[in-house]
Design a protein around this ligand. Sequence first.
Ligand code: HEC
Length: 456
Amino acid sequence: MIALEFTTFLGRFHPVLVHLPIGFLVMAVLLEWFERLRRTETKSGLIPVAWLLGGISAAAAALCGWYLGETGLYEEDVLFVHRWLGIALVVLSFIGWWIKRNPKNYSPYIQNGYSILVLGMLFYEGHQGGTMTHGDTYLTEYAPESLKGILGVKKDTDSLPRFGNPDSVLVYKDLVSPIFESKCFACHNNEVQRGGLNMASPDSLLEGSQGDPIIVNGNAEDSELFKRITLSQRNIKFMPPTENPLTYDEIKIVEWWIDTGASFDANVSAIDVSENMKPVLLRRYALDVEPKPWYETVQLAKLDSTRITELRQNGFTVKVLGATNPLLDVSYSGNDLTKAQLQKLEEVKEHITWLSLAETNVTDDWLAIVSKFPNLTRLELEKTGISDQGVALLPKLQHLEALNLYGTNVTDACMGDIEKIASLKRVYLWGTEVSPQIAESVRENNEGLEIILGER
Ligand code: HEC
């Protein structure tokens, strides 16, 4: 333990010591260039001395750096490059010293090339070291907005996916795992398991650290994983230990996932989205979990205005639902409807979402045309001659939500077909032969279906 503490103590000197080789080596190169510019005949003895001091101090920094790296606080792959580049710099500094003791033996090209190589590596190494401790946005974080654009600094949410439909978004795989991947996997994966923890797969997450679970299903506050990301950042146990803490939204998502049971296969619609999660999902992924009526989710191009004019010339009243919604609300009134007119509607069948043929002479077999309208959500057939045969054609409509059959010739026999329209929420059967008993039993079997029968 004493030995371990001592090396940790040594390791902490790394950030101080690294400045020495930088100073010496930069000075060595500048001195040399200065002399070449002045064309001094006798070369200063200081140049090889600066290279030597650079080498010695680089070796000391590398030694401390080695121990600092052993603490496990740094991301493995970045650490690997940083560590071996540092050692290469030590070697290169001593070779530099060797060359500069007898510079006349080497052409100026080789010497300049060598200096530039060392300075380049030194700069890269220093920058990488800074990034490891301060995070890769450290330099640009406070840059003026205009400069950020030039430097290509990205906003946190820029690279996040945009989800449309909560049914197809998996809470763990699509929302939680990417957070772990960007902020935790570097030190907790199949190869490197800091603290004995592998976060790369559901199984290894469940296993926790050497058999100690880090997730308590349904209780974020008691979960070691959640505690670690919500500690004070100054706490030595705070995760991630390097400077790339989880954002507020990320913490909320992890918390929500654990609190709702830490499922690995549930989608967003299957678990409870609390009120305070809704804005997070909307802000971060443009994911709207409020259920929307079908006609708001349909994506269609706007209909050509000549098409609409044509429908109007055929006697239909046509309204476009909204400036951003190209679907149509179509109705007809009168007793002179023909099959040919309905076929005109069929030409734009995707666009029709509300259709009223109330009080027209529409017949049962013409409904075969209407049943082909894929986005129809509301159909009004009240006070027409429609009977059970006509209703039998309607289960083809997969998004029909409201159906008005008030005052038609339908009977109890139509109820089987009504039940087959899975999307149906409301059916008006007032003033028909449908009996209250049958209506009641259908109601009981179909939760969410409202049957409006009224008084007879
Ligand atoms: C730079 C490396 C590094 C990163 C990145 C990192 N960890 Fe760790 N983690 C460690 C080290 C080292 C330990 C062991 C020391 C300790 O327990 O604090 C550890 C331990 C843990 C433990 C405790 C395991 C136990 O013993 O019960 C948890 C939980 C944990 N990390 C979660 C996370 C989470 C969550 C993230 C991402 C937000 C993360 N870590 C990111 C290095 C890292």
